[in-house]
Design a binder for this molecule. Structure first.
Ligand SMILES: CCCCCCCCCCCCCCCCCC(=O)SCCNC(=O)CCNC(=O)[C@H](O)C(C)(C)COP(=O)(O)OP(=O)(O)OC[C@H]1O[C@@H](n2cnc3c(N)ncnc32)[C@H](O)[C@@H]1OP(=O)(O)O
Ligand SMILES: NC(=O)C1=CN([C@@H]2O[C@H](COP(=O)(O)OP(=O)(O)OC[C@H]3O[C@@H](n4cnc5c(N)ncnc54)[C@H](OP(=O)(O)O)[C@@H]3O)[C@@H](O)[C@H]2O)C=CC1
Length: 591
């Protein structure tokens, strides 16, 4: 099947047509003009050679429907920026890592967006307003703030606790959202790997259901974009851009867990999640199914990012603000705490920069609203199949980057070995983690301070234990829909909403990522680097001194007491001496 080609007088619509009166109509942009066609920029010919997922159009446009596509002669389609102009967008999870970057990018690249409604809850003693105001002061928003100091006026916080019935949105706010929202981006989720099943289900599945119900009440909704994860189906080795049958019917699971106490749920969790590693991937798989169930009523797109890392280019390289995924591992390695981890050197490290995910998300929003694919399209947002990079290479670049730009007050010099061998890893844990921690804690005790290193290592071991599943194997993701979408963009949109990871230079990206963890996660100043280097030199000298003392100790204890060991030692020393004399003699002859 080919893409719709809409004539100037005809609007693109689904052949299936509205199912329940809630199906929204496609928008029309008058050929060559109208609100979204300003400047004639970003225009393109709507190709007849397009995705196989698209629908054919053919119905007469009603009076009020704005045009999204026009005829073959002089055909044009709203660019992404044009599409978002005048639109009201609802974002969940806007205070999170990805949500913040999405908000920033929308404000930057789509300055004519009408309003961004964000669902926010009060947290940690801070009111919703305080949280949003703090968020907007963040460095991430520097360029937006500079371009438009009043940008905050476009952000409208709506109080919402997603785990509560009706998302605890007030009736007035429900009315407001129903009346104005054009597009929903659902980013909120619990991404903890150790989340109790009930809570993960509540947030990742039930809240998604609630949001879908709310979306169905939105009179002008054009697209509902759900952020899933590439690991929702990590129990498979090859993952296509399809929604696989859920491990269990979500409705039945929700009903069953309702009457069970927490202890019972904890007991049956391993049986339920089966060959998935945690409740996160399990509930994200269920959520995809729940979203797909609404595809007859809503225009849906599902994005599956792999391991989301620091920004590649936008708003500046290296933006990261949390310890999730590899960031915590990088920091622990940079601090010289993490010296060993179980990972497969040759496995693909499927990292994807957050700005790539966000650019794709906005492009999917545009495509879903404008092209109205017949069925829910899934986009595997991954890098491994296109521009592979491996854990072994990551390890090398992370360590060398932290040696060039050290973190402050490192525990030891950065130096990590990753291995897929369980026993070797256990050996290094003992020698490089537990032993130094014990010595350091002993030192703290002697100084009258509270020991802390062993506690830190226990937490680290818990965290890396949860990540090892993802670093010890690799997966193959099909990304045909990503390629299809890329082919649908104008050259300008392809640049402005770049999600082409073929252009990504991994060593440079990893360097910026490590610097980003230093600057934005640990809030360390780059001007302190000389002092941090000095500290590393001090650690190196301590290590040399320690090693020398160790050799002397071994010499005293083992070698000095055995005649045979003494003989071997004298033999080695005399051999070294002979070699030295030989080289000295040969260099004198040459001169
Ligand atoms: C050279 C090395 C080379 C290495 C190569 C190998 C690298 C392998 C990396 C593999 C990554 C695989 C990721 C797979 C992602 C799947 C993708 C997704 O869909 S899902 C997306 C991915 N999802 C995830 O990644 C979620 C994974 N995380 C979790 O599930 C949990 O955080 C936990 C169970 C690990 C720890 O739980 P718990 O013990 O309860 O601890 P809390 O969380 O409550 O934090 C308490 C406090 O500690 C702070 N802090 C945290 N870490 C560190 C650190 N490393 N340091 C310092 N501080 C750290 C934290 O900020 C907090 O501070 P505050 O707010 O109180 O001030
Ligand atoms: N990070 C990654 O590596 C990957 C992430 N993803 C997906 O991307 C999406 C965003 O992830 P990311 O930004 O990293 O996650 P974060 O943990 O940074 O953000 C989660 C967001 O969800 C909100 N949230 C959580 N619980 C509630 C609640 N009960 N009520 C209201 N809001 C709530 C958080 O709000 P609050 O600030 O109030 O806590 C926060 O805004 C998720 O759907 C995740 O599954 C997919 C693949 C990889």
């Amino acid at each position: 099947m080919r893409a719709s080609v809409c004539s100037a007088a005809v609007v693109c619509r689904r052949t299936r047509g509205p199912t329940d009166g809630r199906r929204r109509r496609a928008h029309r942009i008058p050929a060559g003009g109208g609100k979204h066609a300003a400047g004639g920029r970003n225009q393109r010919q709507l190709s007849t050679e397009s995705s196989g997922h698209l629908d054919r159009s053919g119905e007469q446009a009603t009076e009020k429907q704005p045009d999204i596509c026009s005829g073959a002669a002089g055909s044009r389609m709203a660019s992404i920026t044009e599409y978002y102009a005048g639109k009201s967008v609802l974002i969940t999870g806007a205070t999170g890592f990805m949500g913040k970057v999405l908000v920033e990018k929308l404000l930057w690249s789509c300055p004519n967006v009408k309003a961004l409604y964000i669902l926010v809850r009060p947290k940690a003693g801070q009111s919703m307003e305080q949280r949003v105001s703090d968020m907007m002061k963040c460095k991430l928003f520097d360029r937006v703030r500079e371009a438009n100091p009043d940008f905050h006026k476009k952000i409208i916080p709506i109080s919402s606790e997603l785990t509560q019935p009706g998302l605890s949105i007030s009736p007035e706010d429900v009315e407001k959202l129903s009346a104005c929202i054009n597009i929903v981006f659902h980013c909120a989720a619990t991404i903890r790997f150790d989340e109790p099943l009930k809570h993960a289900l509540q947030l990742n599945v039930i809240a998604t259901q609630e949001l879908l119900s709310l979306a169905q009440r939105m009179h002008h909704l054009e697209a509902f974009i759900h952020i899933s994860t590439a690991y929702a189906n990590c129990n498979r080795k090859h993952i296509d851009e399809v929604i696989y049958p859920p491990p269990v019917e979500p409705k039945k699971l929700i009903e069953s867990l309702e009457w069970m106490d927490d202890g019972m749920v904890q007991d049956i969790t391993p049986r339920l999640i089966g060959d998935r590693p945690n409740t996160y991937t399990y509930t994200k798989a269920l959520a995809e199914y729940v979203v797909q169930q609404e595809q007859d009523k809503l225009n849906i797109g599902i994005i599956r990012p792999s391991i989301v890392g620091a920004s590649w280019q936008e708003p500046f390289p290296g933006w990261i603000d949390n310890f999730n995924g590899p960031s915590g591992v990088f920091i622990a390695a940079g601090k010289g705490i993490l010296r060993t981890m179980r990972a497969n050197n040759d496995a693909v490290a499927d990292l994807i920069p957050v700005d790539v995910v966000v650019n794709l998300t906005l492009a999917v929003g545009w495509y879903t609203a404008v092209h109205r694919p017949k069925t829910t399209l899934v986009y595997n947002c991954t890098s491994g199949g296109i521009n592979p990079f491996h854990w072994g290479e990551i390890e090398h670049h992370v360590i060398s980057s932290f040696k060039r730009n050290p973190l402050e007050q490192a525990f030891r010099r950065p130096n990590a070995n990753i291995t897929s061998n369980y026993l070797i890893n256990q050996y290094w844990i003992l020698v490089s983690h537990k032993f130094p921690a014990l010595i350091y804690d002993l030192f703290l005790r002697l100084c009258g301070q509270k020991p802390q290193m062993m506690r830190i290592f226990n937490r680290l071991h818990k965290a890396i234990g949860l990540l090892e599943y993802f670093s010890s194997q690799d997966w193959e993701w099909n990304s045909d829909n990503i390629s299809m979408l890329m082919s649908q963009l104008t050259p300008e949109d392809r640049t402005m909403f770049n999600f082409d990871v073929r252009q990504l230079n991994w060593p440079e990206y990893i360097e910026n990522y490590c610097i980003g963890t230093k600057k934005y996660v640990l809030n360390e100043d780059m001007s302190d680097i000389p002092a941090a280097r000095q500290h590393l030199r001090k650690l190196r000298n301590i290590r040399y001194t320690f090693n020398t003392l160790l050799v002397v100790f071994i010499w005293r204890v083992f070698i000095a007491r055995s005649q045979m060991a003494r003989n071997i030692w004298y033999f080695v020393v005399s051999l070294c001496f002979k070699f030295l004399s030989y080289f000295r003699a040969s260099s004198t002859l040459t001169n």
